[in-house]
Design a protein around this ligand. Structure first.
Ligand code: NDP
Length: 301
């Protein structure tokens, strides 16, 4: 059997960023439109701070207008909604992202419901999800879009392939399944109540794992030669007991990487696979939103 190809998400994300940067420059030069992204962070969650900083830096680096609103942890629902509604009206802002999770006293669903779906660059409003599920043009959640781009590049056409999506979250599993269906895959969605996961996975030409369970997918579950996209990001203790005792951790995916490599045809590593694609796809979505709001045809992707 041919050797497994490791899919380099870092390199693909870099290429996507360059392509978006070129299109941003062209949009400015030819139409006087500078795509604008607003990121809203409520509170001081450490991981969210890192993600938000990265989104701000990366959007600026490719020539976008970029604004970050940092709100106190005790911000009220009304104040947050007022900000979202202001951003809906701001012509310099084409994409708005409310960083999740919000502090527990805030209702993310109610906030997202007030976001203009045309500016929903995270693809998380019910309107965006409904459009995607209905096969209509939609802004698509970033991580699922990243998975699709990696699969298209690895396999070329996806039409007619059997795809198994492990996980049914609104953020990952469901939109990945909708995107694969739109590519004419035969899609099965599995979840915690599914029976006989190994057999379901074993008939899949494409396996997308998004469960949040460290190394749950074993090599014996994988159809030889399948394309395996590992969305999972799990922090586990070091194998070395001394290091583990020091509290040191490492990242692993939902797929047992070392064994899977012996069976899969294509495989994303963790880290360095799907992860880097997420922010690159946010930039792509912001460009797409800006072009649509300017009345221009869809481009890129
Ligand atoms: P959720 O916890 O929202 O969803 C997990 C899904 O997996 C659920 O549908 C759940 O089923 C299913 N599941 C859980 N345990 C099992 C099991 N034992 N067998 C079968 N199915 C199971 O997670 P997310 O979708 O948000 O994220 C999934 C993973 O992807 C996480 O590791 C997360 O960190 C990572 N992630 C990575 C991103 C990136 O940029 N690379 C971005 C977003 C997420 P049920 O619905 O029945 O409960």
């Amino acid at each position: 059997m041919a050797e497994c190809v490791l899919i380099d998400g870092k390199a693909r994300a870099e290429a996507l960023r360059s392509s978006v940067a070129e299109q941003v420059a062209r949009l400015k030069a030819e139409h006087g439109v500078q795509p604008g992204l607003a990121v809203v962070l409520v509170g001081d969650d450490a991981a969210s701070q890192v993600y938000v900083r990265s989104k701000g830096e990366q959007s600026l680096a490719i020539g976008m207008h970029s604004v970050t609103h940092r709100l106190a942890a005790d911000t009220t629902q009304d104040a947050l909604i007022a900000l979202v509604e202001n951003l809906n009206q701001d012509p310099a802002i084409h994409g708005v992202l409310v960083q999740l999770p919000l502090p527990p006293h805030l209702d993310a669903g109610a906030v997202l419901a007030r976001l203009n779906p045309d500016k929903d660059v995270d693809g998380l409003t019910v309107a965006s999800a409904g459009r995607l599920a209905s096969g209509l043009e939609a802004l698509t959640p970033c991580t699922p879009l990243g998975c699709l781009i990696l699969l298209r590049e690895a396999l070329g056409g996806l039409s007619g392939l059997n795809a198994l999506v492990l996980g049914r979250s609104v953020l990952v599993g469901r939109p990945v399944a909708a995107l694969l269906l739109a590519e004419n895959c035969t899609v099965t969605i599995a979840h915690s109540r599914s029976r006989n996961l190994p057999a379901l996975c074993g008939s899949a030409d494409i396996l997308v794992a998004a469960v949040g369970r460290p190394e749950m997918v074993r090599s014996s579950w994988i159809k030889p030669g399948a394309a395996v996209i590992d969305v999972g990001i799990n922090r586990v203790p070091f194998r070395d007991p001394e290091q583990a005792a020091l509290g040191r951790t490492r990242l692993v995916g939902d797929v047992a990487f070392k064994e899977a490599r012996g069976v899969a045809g294509w495989l994303t590593p963790v880290p360095g696979g799907v992860g880097p694609m997420t922010v690159a796809c946010l930039l792509q979505n912001t460009l797409t939103a800006a072009r649509r709001q300017a009345g221009l045809d869809r481009d890129g992707q």
